[in-house]
Design a binder for this molecule. Structure first.
Ligand SMILES: [Zn+2]
Length: 489
């Protein structure tokens, strides 16, 4: 490392707080979040007034909520002064920051649509261009490419939160994190993860090869003890390597599955192959990638409540749903300076879960595992909802299956479902087991009883005959003029 790099790193560390949390300390993420609340409590008479105490003492869940509402009002005020989009939007809605006193009041604030952000990114920008340190583009799973602007403070804060999250899952200065996002070009989670490890004094290695043997070589050379990467890729590495290498001998401490949903079928397979916890992580580029990570209770992902306010709403009515009730996640970035987003629609289906958690967190909330996206959910037959995770749970446990895609077509008034399955081993056995698993699903049984779908078909392709492609669509809908309302036109 050059002298100037060392100086930069030293300056960056001074601004951060995650490195003040010792390696191996319990609940690192919660402590990190509480430290932020303490700092704001000292700084802000408004927060002291909202909480109604002169001394903060022990932080309770209700204090966390007051802190979030306080930051929400501040952020609303900030975007109304600095972002053209929000000034117009909130003035038109006749809403002001002081109108938001309670959690229920949040519902008065209109949602921000991803399409608005994609269409006019610069109307969201709150700082001068010279203050923008990085511009991120989203990978655009739904074809909409969005641009986000981050200041230096934004980038440092993201890096800091990632470091705190890695400490929470047990990473220390003795570990090496292997960062595995092959062929992810549009955005770069690897860069942020790598930086987080550097500022926190932890070791990491970026291995972007899609080649499984290369990944294993890198693990051996670097004595990798933790892995983070694209869920489907980590699963693929596990399946293709488990018969040829003794995966348990690596002594992996944790595997973190990122950017795609983790089905329980995938999780079970990876736990039994590596012999370590397999955790889900969830984040959006719009929110700076990192917003939550699962704990060893496997009952939801802990949020960074200090920087994000997360609500769960009924997508049809826009109203809040209760604890653990399914709905769409809505995000507000409470600390961003570059292009903060207020009540941003994620289109991701999940739920929120109130603390405490079995792992010891008392004040930090969780989200449930993301079940899919509103826009990847589709309907067959009489309107039975189908989504990728439904088939993940059914098809992926079949021995030999690596991946699959489902093509939907229309034949007369019936839907035709063709599953293209990448597999290892005897095709006849795999094919029969996959078909049985699909035909056992309630959604398929019901659609077939009503004679609205043809018998599902399975097409088998041998492992390796397709190249690994991240974020590829699992369900390809080729039906013409499909009526989203369900049933046939
Ligand atoms: Zn927990």
């Amino acid at each position: 490392m050059s002298i100037s790099q060392r100086v930069k790193l030293a300056i960056a560390r001074r601004k951060l707080s995650s490195h003040r949390i010792a390696f191996g300390s319990e609940n690192a993420l919660e402590v990190w979040e509480q430290n932020k609340i303490r700092a704001e409590f000292k700084r802000s008479p408004q927060l002291r007034e909202a909480i109604g105490r002169d001394e903060l003492g022990t932080i309770e869940r209700s204090d966390m909520r007051e802190y979030q509402l306080h930051k929400f009002r501040q952020q609303m005020d900030y975007v109304m002064k600095n972002s053209y989009y929000y000034k117009k939007k909130f003035e038109a809605a006749g809403i002001r920051p002081e109108d938001i006193r309670t959690w229920e009041d949040l519902q008065k604030v209109p949602f921000t649509e991803p399409a608005d952000l994609a269409a006019e990114p610069f109307t969201f920008l709150c700082v001068s261009q010279s203050k923008v340190m990085r511009v991120f583009s989203t990978s655009g799973t739904t074809g909409m490419r969005k641009r986000l602007f981050y200041t230096q403070n934004d980038v440092l804060n993201i890096v800091d939160s990632i470091a705190a999250a890695l400490k929470t899952v047990g990473m220390t200065d003795k570990d090496t994190l292997q960062i595995m996002f092959p062929a992810v070009a549009a955005w770069d989670p690897g860069l942020m993860l790598n930086s987080a490890c550097k500022v926190a004094g932890m070791n990491s290695v970026v291995e972007s090869s899609a080649d499984v043997d290369q990944q294993i070589r890198t693990m051996k050379e670097n004595r990798t003890t933790m892995m983070i990467g694209l869920t489907s890729f980590l699963y693929r590495v596990t399946l293709l390597a488990k018969d040829r290498y003794d995966l348990r001998s690596f002594g992996m401490k944790a595997i973190i599955c990122s950017a795609e949903p983790l089905s329980e079928a995938m999780r079970r397979e990876m736990i039994s192959s590596w012999g370590c916890p397999v955790l889900a992580q969830y984040g959006m580029t719009e929110m700076g990638l990192a917003t939550s990570v699962e704990c060893d209770q496997y009952d939801g992902l802990h949020l960074n409540d200090a920087d994000f306010l997360v609500e769960c709403v009924d997508p049809e009515t826009g109203r809040h749903v209760g604890d653990r009730e399914p709905g769409e996640l809505i995000f507000t970035s409470l600390s961003m300076e570059g292009s903060p987003l207020i009540r941003y629609r994620s289109y991701d289906l999940s739920c929120t879960i109130e603390p405490p958690c079995g792992c010891g967190f008392r004040t930090v909330g969780k989200i449930g595992k993301v079940q899919g996206r509103l826009d990847t959910q589709t309907k067959i037959g009489y309107g039975q909802k189908i989504y990728p995770l439904l088939f993940d749970e059914a098809i992926l446990p079949v021995p030999g299956v690596l991946s699959y895609t489902l093509t939907l077509e229309r034949e007369g008034f019936r839907d035709r479902l063709t599953f293209t399955v990448e597999h290892e081993g005897d095709p006849a056995t795999v094919g029969k087991k996959v078909l049985d698993a699909i035909n056992a699903l309630d959604e398929i049984i019901s659609a077939r009883e009503n004679d609205l779908i043809l018998e599902p078909e399975v097409v088998l392709i041998p492992a390796g005959s397709v190249e690994f492609a991240p974020k590829s669509k699992t369900i390809i809908d080729k039906r013409p003029n499909y009526d989203i309302g369900g049933g046939k036109a």
